[in-house]
Design a protein. Structure first.
Length: 253
């Protein structure tokens, strides 16, 4: 009798569990059946990731630009602040304790996070950097402005060294690392010289709500610094997407 009761209870619990809605989301990767070519099939919300003849997906190769004398130095307000670094399984992401701002085309965007890709996602006239930083700013309507900066191997980078010294090599796991004082503005090269175009997030859901600003001047990092990042990131860059008649504007400087 006890055995029968246990079976009934087990069956009842299994029935209840099977009726609960699933909240699990398919994990995307950068290779295999869950790689970029299949992102759009993983979740209904990822449908924008599919190639489209009219889509405005990112990244792209920046190879034909129109100089626009109206483009001015980026209006950034950034201060030193604490950041939390975490390996979210797709990238190293840094979240600020409080946000700075970017004013662009009359709109104000608040800093939400920055992260890295190796190799670079954007290319310039077919040339790919060894790494790319994305600083993500978001407005009140959930639209994004993202500053992208490409890196090449060269001299040691003081900004990146702060992340490494704070414990970046420990981010092979999901345990977060806190850096008490960091100035994101120190990461950028020349914010008066850039390319800009309308695009998308480069990871699912690939939403086409991004104003991209890609700095013209590449930053440098040492071979050892590059190894520190790529050891964790691997190859986490999305392949180039079709430009689809989009105009890329560039500062005249």
């Amino acid at each position: 009798m006890k055995h029968t009761t246990r079976l009934l209870i087990t069956a009842l619990v299994m029935g209840i569990v099977s009726c609960l809605p699933s909240t699990a989301q398919e994990e995307f990767t950068y290779n295999g059946n869950t790689g970029p070519g299949d992102w759009s099939t993983l979740e209904a919300d990822f449908s924008a990731c599919a190639a489209s003849p009219t889509g405005h997906q990112s990244p792209i190769d920046i190879n034909v630009v129109i100089e626009d004398s109206r483009l001015d130095t980026l209006n950034l307000l950034l201060s030193d602040m604490p950041f939390t670094l975490v390996n979210n399984g797709h990238t190293i992401m840094a979240t600020p304790k409080f946000g700075g701002t970017l004013r662009l085309d009359g709109d104000t965007y608040t800093l939400t996070q920055f992260h890295f890709h190796t190799l670079s996602e954007h290319t310039v006239e077919g040339n790919r950097g060894v790494m790319e930083l994305h600083a993500v700013f978001t407005d009140a309507n959930n639209n994004n402005a993202v500053i992208g900066m490409l890196y090449k191997v060269g001299r040691p980078n003081l900004f990146l060294q702060q992340l490494i010294a704070a414990g970046l090599p420990k981010l092979t796991t999901s345990a977060p690392v806190t850096i008490n004082r960091l100035g994101l503005g120190d990461a950028f090269t020349d914010t008066s010289r850039y390319y800009t175009y309308a695009g998308s997030l480069t990871t699912p859901p690939c939403s086409e709500n991004v104003k991209w600003v890609v700095l013209k001047q590449w930053a440098e990092l040492s071979p050892e610094q590059f190894d520190a990042f790529q050891t964790i990131l691997g190859d986490d860059f999305r392949p180039l997407q079709k430009r689809n008649q989009r105009v890329v504007r560039a500062t005249a400087r």
